[in-house]
Design a protein around this ligand. Structure first.
Ligand code: EPU
Length: 337
């Protein structure tokens, strides 16, 4: 185990924020992970996955554990599906492509989402009509108290929109070391209802799409709408789409009849935060070295050299303005440290 001192975390967070880690280690085995937790040498620890869903506003005065467990394997096969276990440190999109190469279906709509496999259940990643929970079979996580591995099945994870037990009661108590997915090997269930997918497939002149075609369509939509963190620092959607009561929604609709919305239940409506932010006047606005993306108002961007505090201040200004205009509180989707 090689522990590095005073390391820049800029390459390890997709916002490209320059902060330092007091100590840093790349974790490549569960044994190493256990050894770190057994030792008294490191009182403060900070878990880092793909760094794609976080905003770092301060130096990290702790040992940063960069989760680098690698590997994927087919666990079992039945007539129509397969269980695949993937280690936490694998890149999400590379894993999706690997599944598509094997013609395993279920994750194609989640193509090109930044981050690592180990973080994917924490916020139940989702896009274009599909959520991780739809293919999630189970995950193994290290219990940080007993240092034993515990298996969480789909129900145990209490998945909801951008939420799971790992953001609630289990927060800070476990480290996910691998995730197992149930994927189809034939009769793939295609999810093409999402408007943008349909039009992308039309543009590609595809009428009978395969799972690989859907992945290509999703990739083209994302490349068109969302900034690539390699070019412009960002963390995808900065805010969650707020879910409000039907009563509040009817009030909102009176003043803004054109507001897009999705019915969540008889009493709850989800409103796109991107629409609220755009109509609060922030879409495409820049504030020196940072701002709001011009094609997707949900995404805050670091054009280079912005600090985490700059981005945080902008997010607070957006929250306040949206609250004032629409009387809706929008909350960050990214984790702020
Ligand atoms: N909209 C605007 N202005 C904008 C952005 C969106 O008016 O600047 C409107 C759109 O016109 C549309 C509605 O908002 O009517 C929804 O927009 P879109 O379909 O682009 O999806 P979203 O709600 O903005 C969510 C996820 C994305 C995911 C897309 C596609 C959240 C917080 N975000 O965005 O996830 O890719 O749906 O399924 O749920 C991410 O989490 O990082 C992420 C990118």
């Amino acid at each position: 185990m090689q522990i590095q001192q005073n390391i820049s975390l800029k390459p390890y967070n997709t916002f490209g924020i320059e902060v330092k880690a007091k100590q840093f280690i790349s974790v490549t085995s569960i044994e190493d992970l256990k050894a770190i937790y057994v030792s008294n040498e490191f009182p403060k620890k900070f878990i880092l996955g793909g760094g794609s869903n976080m905003l770092l506003t301060n130096d990290i005065d702790a040992l940063v554990l960069h989760m680098n467990l690698k590997g994927k394997q087919i666990v079992s096969k039945t007539e129509n599906d397969v269980l695949v276990e993937c280690q936490a440190g694998e890149n999400w999109h590379q894993f999706v492509l690997w599944c598509l190469d094997h013609d395993f279906g279920g994750l194609e709509n989640l193509s090109l989402i930044p981050g690592n496999v180990g973080s994917s259940p924490i916020q139940n990643i989702g896009a274009y009509g599909v959520e991780l929970k739809d293919s999630f079979h189970s995950c193994k996580a290290l219990d940080l108290e007993t240092l034993e591995l515990k298996t969480f099945n789909n129900d145990d994870c209490e998945f909801a929109y951008r939420n799971s037990i790992f953001k609630q009661q289990a927060k800070g108590k476990y480290i996910i070391v691998s995730v197992t997915f149930r994927l189809s090997t034939k009769h793939h269930k295609l999810h093409t209802d999402y408007g943008a997918i349909n039009s992308a497939l039309k543009t590609m002149q595809i009428t009978n799409p395969t799972i690989q075609d859907i992945s290509k369509a999703v990739i083209s939509i994302r490349e068109d709408k969302l900034p690539n963190p390699k070019d412009i620092g960002n963390s995808g959607s900065f805010f969650k789409n707020p879910i409000i009561s039907k009563q509040d929604f009817l009030e909102l609709q009176k003043n803004f009849p054109e507001v897009p919305h999705y019915v969540v239940s008889d009493t709850q409506i989800k409103v796109p935060a991107g629409w609220l932010i755009e109509h609060a006047g922030f879409k495409g606005k820049t504030f020196g070295n940072h701002g709001v993306h011009k094609k997707q108002a949900l995404v805050l961007v670091n054009y280079g050299g912005a600090s985490g505090k700059d981005i945080l201040r902008l997010s607070e200004l957006i929250q306040k303005t949206v609250l004032r205009i629409f009387n809706i509180r929008i909350n960050a989707e990214v984790n702020i440290f």
